[in-house]
Design a protein around this ligand. Structure first.
Ligand code: 5AD
Length: 352
């Protein structure tokens, strides 16, 4: 098969054998990438129309007990500025976000033990009570199943937990020994069984990643059938062990977005902040390659520079109004429109 045939097969069958996927990723031209993007965009347009779902992200804490080698808020980064938002501050972000049209709130943070399950449950209950028409998405890392169940029972709907890499040996190169690939995968299975709309995902171009690793990621995604997938380029952070590593590329990320859209037509697929960070206009290109979600920041301006997972993150000087306006204009500039609404997963169980 040549690359065009591989892309045509992906479009038709929604899957490609491992060896073919690997060849496709190993050597593709910009023509191949644009060919895949136009097919991926057509698939997304047929399902979602010219619409992009908006989610407001509240970065609730920059404290983290973990020490992931790539991440700027890792525990052993003594230069990281730490903060955590109070319950009232989080509710205030949601209220401002609601006024701006957000109907999904994503609470994301480091794994911060200050947020006990009782505190998280209390926050979820208040958001659920004050904004009954909104979806609550959590992105708070690995927990025990009982904790996830409590969050779900309190009214949370979705959970994002990137698997980071589907290869156990690659996982071990990105994480300290106390973090295990098995536990992360167990968390994802627990989340799905509990009934969360679940998101997995990985970085593109993370250190030591090979084309074969990315193929494992794609095959894992296909098999796991998540409702959401978050991918973005790895970007080095100056105060981490990976400070000298090369970043992931825009073109690889765009190509993977298109392949994912072809494999999982209904999946909710964000054009991430990291994509907008490696290149101006990266998120717009992400939409044109098949993404259909954007997650602008609705965190308070004074904490934004402290939630630095990687260098030069965009939006740090903005507030919730300017972040939204900037992204809205960008989306409209490419002929797309923002949806006010929860934007739940619409897929069936059979095809994807
Ligand atoms: N570059 C890009 N993405 C990163 N993340 C963490 N550190 C980096 C980095 N240096 C991603 C991880 C994590 C998500 C919240 O952010 O994939 O799951």
């Amino acid at each position: 098969m040549d690359n065009r045939e591989r892309i045509d097969t992906l479009e038709r069958d929604r899957i490609l054998p491992r060896a073919e996927l690997e060849e496709l990723l190993q050597a593709y031209s910009d023509g191949d990438r644009l060919y895949a993007a136009s097919k991926a965009r057509a698939v997304a347009d047929a399902i979602f129309g010219k619409k992009v779902y908006f989610r407001g992200i509240v970065e609730i804490s920059s404290y983290c007990k973990n020490d992931c080698l790539y991440c700027g808020i890792r525990r052993s980064n003594r230069s990281a500025q730490r903060y955590r938002l109070t319950e009232d501050e989080i509710l205030d972000c949601c209220a401002r976000g609601y006024t701006l049209g957000y109907r999904t709130f994503v609470l994301q943070g480091g794994e911060d033990p200050w947020y006990t399950d009782d505190r998280i449950v209390s926050i979820i209950r208040r958001i659920r009570r004050d904004f009954p028409d909104c979806a609550i998405t959590l992105s708070l890392g690995e927990k025990e199943r009982g904790s996830y169940q409590r969050y779900f029972d309190a009214g949370a709907n979705r959970y994002l937990l990137r698997h980071e890499t589907a290869s156990p040996s690659h996982y071990a190169k990105l994480h300290p020994p106390e973090l295990s690939w098995e536990h992360r995968m167990q968390c994802l299975r627990d989340l799905r069984e509990i009934g969360f709309q679940t998101g997995c995902g990985c970085m593109v171009g993370s250190p030591y990643q090979t084309a074969a690793d990315l193929v494992e990621d794609l095959l894992f995604m296909k098999e796991f059938r998540p409702q959401m997938i978050g991918i973005g380029p790895f970007i080095p952070h100056k105060d981490t062990p990976f400070r000298e590593e090369s970043p992931g590329t825009l073109r690889d990320t765009l190509f993977l977005l298109s392949i994912i859209r072809l494999m999982l037509p209904h999946v909710l697929l964000p054009a991430t902040t990291a994509l907008g960070t490696i290149q101006e206009g990266g998120r717009e290109q992400g939409i044109l390659a098949g993404a259909n979600v954007i997650m602008p920041n609705i965190s308070p301006p004074q904490v934004r520079e402290k939630y630095m997972l990687y260098d030069n993150k965009i939006g740090v000087g903005d507030d919730e109004v300017s972040s939204r306006d900037r992204v809205a204009r960008a989306v409209e500039s490419i002929g797309y429109e923002i949806v006010v609404g929860r934007g739940d997963y619409q897929g069936g169980m059979e095809d994807d």
